[in-house]
Design a protein around this ligand. Structure first.
Ligand code: LLP
Length: 442
């Protein structure tokens, strides 16, 4: 069992006031103190899942764990993951800037992305980022030029499309995939030739792939290891190279509802390590360094979002809509992916479920529905709704749609709650607005 197999943060309980609490913090009180919507992150759950990963991969010492910043990128969380011994996968100058500002050792950072800009690549070289995962032919040439200009050598991985496509519960394997990311298997050799013969400022260390997200399958990771390993051996032989790093990407799923049954970090680790050992034996090579880049499975379970319930509408002979003070701007996942969530009323969590309602967001779009048909104890105005599993890809994909300021985020631990992201103010919303002079003075 690992933390990603829980719906609730590990420290969730009902306290003596009959309210939900996380890590000793009463959620109803947090809502009163910090206002809603509010992202709440449980430090114990975060650190526990980090430990789960470390434990799970302990028997393969060449493992490097990177946290996929795209799932949640803040100064405080970057500090925590760094303390836990994780490196970082970043995909933009913003993520690079944030982790650098958090004091992360930039040698532990890997830069991904299918269209990195010249400015971003320059920043990566300036900050001395550990690895750049090069995605395409243009980037090879750009990076070589930039590194040459700076008198540096860039250590790179080659992002490849291994021909495995994951859906949540099933996957397909094909010769090549219609994907915007990485080199198709048929393009690898041309890329390696260029690196060997022309791009002298690039130093290829290994291969990188990512096969999907919210993955419940385990065998797919074995296939990925087999394909990457085979390519590594083939490339080393054909080009007389000695690449020995394989980045397997992220993807382990989490439990959003009772219908989800993600594997544990330990099951995934077993599959991966066994596949590595088989390949090491088969090819008679030394163990390659492997990178893993989990995002969702690290932060999702640790996060909840608190909302205040407002108006309700009973459609005659139809749905009962219960509206909350947030929605698609702080959690775009239901409207983008039909994602499903579990929720409880924080101030009456154990009352018997009385009604089936639909939780509607406050944004001006009919599609702004957070949870369809959830059974809750009679939701009333002023109740605090706690939506679980909002730690990953919620804040990081949030927007200011309808010009609504973004929520605050608090980190809870053992009875204390600290703001790690301030709530945006109305003033923040117009900070970058300018009125051209010709439009006149107010
Ligand atoms: N590495 C690479 C190269 C990736 O593209 C991703 C995610 C990860 C690692 C981390 O994957 P994870 O462990 O979090 O599954 N916005 C979507 C998820 C998009 C994932 C994109 N890539 C969502 O909210 O479900």
């Amino acid at each position: 069992m690992s933390a990603n197999q829980n719906i609730k943060p590990l420290t969730t309980r009902i306290n003596e006031n009959g309210n939900l609490e996380i890590s000793g913090c009463d959620l109803t009180e947090l809502a009163g103190t910090f206002s809603t919507p509010l992202y709440v992150l449980d430090e114990v759950t975060l650190r526990t899942i980090c430990n789960d990963y470390k434990e799970a991969f302990k028997r393969y010492p060449e493992t490097r764990l990177l946290f996929a910043s795209k799932s949640l990128c803040t100064l405080a969380t970057s500090r925590i993951f760094s303390q836990e011994g994780f490196g970082f996968d970043v995909v933009s100058d913003g993520e690079m800037f944030t982790v650098n500002h958090a004091g992360v050792n930039m040698k532990t950072v890997l830069f991904n992305g299918n269209n990195k800009s010249i400015d971003e690549l320059t920043l990566a070289l300036e900050l001395g980022i550990g690895r750049i995962s090069v995605d395409n032919f243009l980037e090879l040439s750009l990076l070589n030029e930039l590194a040459l200009k700076e008198g540096k050598t860039a250590d790179i991985l080659l992002r490849i499309t291994p021909g495995i496509e994951c859906h949540t519960h099933e996957y397909i394997q094909t010769g090549h995939l219609d994907s915007k990311f990485g080199f198709d298997l048929t393009q690898i050799d041309s890329a390696i030739e260029l690196i060997k013969d022309e791009y002298k400022s690039l130093n290829i260390k290994g291969l990188h792939a990512h096969i999907g997200s919210q993955i419940f399958e385990t065998k797919v990771y074995k296939d990925e290891v087999d394909i990457l390993f085979e390519q590594m051996i083939r490339i080393n032989k054909k080009f007389a190279l000695n690449i020995d790093e394989l980045n397997l990407g992220g993807g382990l799923g989490v439990k959003y509802t009772d219908a989800d049954h993600p594997p544990s970090t330990f099951e995934i680790a077993d599959i991966i390590i066994n596949a590595l050992e088989e390949n090491i034996k088969k090819y008679g090579t030394k163990p390659p360094v492997i990178y893993l880049e989990p995002g969702r499975s690290i932060v999702c379970t640790a996060g909840v979002t608190l909302y205040t319930i407002g108006s309700s509408k009973q459609v005659p002979h139809g749905t009962k809509y219960v509206s909350v003070d947030g929605g698609m701007a702080d959690n775009p996942r239901p409207s983008m992916y039909q994602a499903k969530y579990t929720a409880r009323i924080a101030n009456k969590p154990d009352a018997a479920p009385l009604e089936t309602v639909t939780i509607a967001g406050r944004y001006c779009e009919s599609g702004d529905i957070l949870i369809k048909d959830i059974s809750l104890p009679h939701p009333e105005e002023g109740d605090i709704l706690c939506v679980y599993d909002t730690g990953a890809y919620n804040y990081s994909m949030s927007s200011n749609y309808n010009r609504v300021p973004k929520p605050a985020m608090v980190l809870v631990n053992n009875g204390s709650a600290d703001i790690i992201i301030e709530r945006e103010t109305l003033q923040d919303l117009i900070r970058n607005d300018r009125i051209p002079k010709r439009l006149g003075e107010t």
